[in-house]
Design a protein around this ligand. Sequence first.
Ligand code: SAM
Ligand code: DTB
Ligand code: SF4
Length: 334
Amino acid sequence: MSLRNNWTKEEISEIYNMPLLELIYEASVVHREYQATGEVQVCTLLSIKTGGCPEDCAYCPQAARYNTGVDVQALMKKEEVLAYAQKAKHAGSTRFCMGAAWREVRDNRDFDRVLEMVKGVNELGMEVCCTMGMLTESQAEKLQAAGLYAYNHNVDTSEEHYADIISTRTYNDRLKTLGNVRKAGISVCSGGIIGLGETHEDRIGMLHTLSTLPVHPGSVPINALVRVKGTPLEGNEKVDVWDMIRMIATARIIMPKAMVRLSAGRTEMTVAEQALCFMAGANSIFSGEKLLTTPNPGFEEDNAMFQLLGLKPRESFKEVATAEAGGFVEKAIL
Ligand code: SAM
Ligand code: DTB
Ligand code: SF4
């Protein structure tokens, strides 16, 4: 199968609605053809600026307008952030993703500090990722020049369902940021959330948006809603794990080269359920005791799961690139 970005909603729907075991099997076949099965990318998140966000994303504990008990914290110091990154690296993580509860990046001293953080994490030899809201073209270029590897900006849901979840910015705003990231030569990380009260058609619509971007995202996080008290979606039903598996398998089949990330929601899943997600084509996770503000399995727990399932953490792309260039010296000083 070759890479396609002209999928129709009907084609995606046919895949998504296949008999479940058939779908998992098909996805495994694609996974084997395009990816190093047995390897899982381990990423770690850190919230570098927490809470007090002016947006109204109905799922989010960091929106100022909901009473969720999340403490507002100004932008962290570079040294503190680098200490976290170092810890994550020692635990086997190869991608470090810094999150800021901003509507958009502004050209100010905070942004300059983030650029310094990006440089610092890059120098540790980790792939650096940021998720900080909307970006202009010139901000994306500055981040790229500082060594940013990827930028996360999720479409979250379908275009049709979007306005029920967020009113303070549009679907088009999101797509524009993704375009700015791509143009700057930064790897696009974009996916969404299930459990927001969306229909199956909305899920198919979201996958359609992602798989028909000019270039498929380098990584596609699939999040199950973490239901946080105080948010408008606190009373939503728990995501059915089979739906998570369907989403992952469909994403794997239509975007074969992307890293598909089993993202938020793992604390509510058993190891057996997560194993099915890996069978269905997931090959990336967030590891470490916290996502941004909510709990997540820690490194030890995940290492034990990897041992049990015979999985191993994937090397950083940066290390692979350096090794391929024969740069042992460079690699040694990373
Ligand atoms: N403020 C920036 C933005 O919205 O782009 C970056 C941080 S924001 C927390 C990053 C992503 O986290 C959101 O787009 C959403 O997909 C995900 N997220 C936030 N709260 C979540 C929750 N309760 N459950 C699952 N995913 C969530
Ligand atoms: C993504 O898709 N999921 C991560 C990351 N990208 C930034 C965030 C999940 C956040 C879950 C809620 C929280 O911990 O605040
Ligand atoms: Fe703010 Fe991002 Fe949370 Fe929306 S998802 S409220 S933009 S931190």
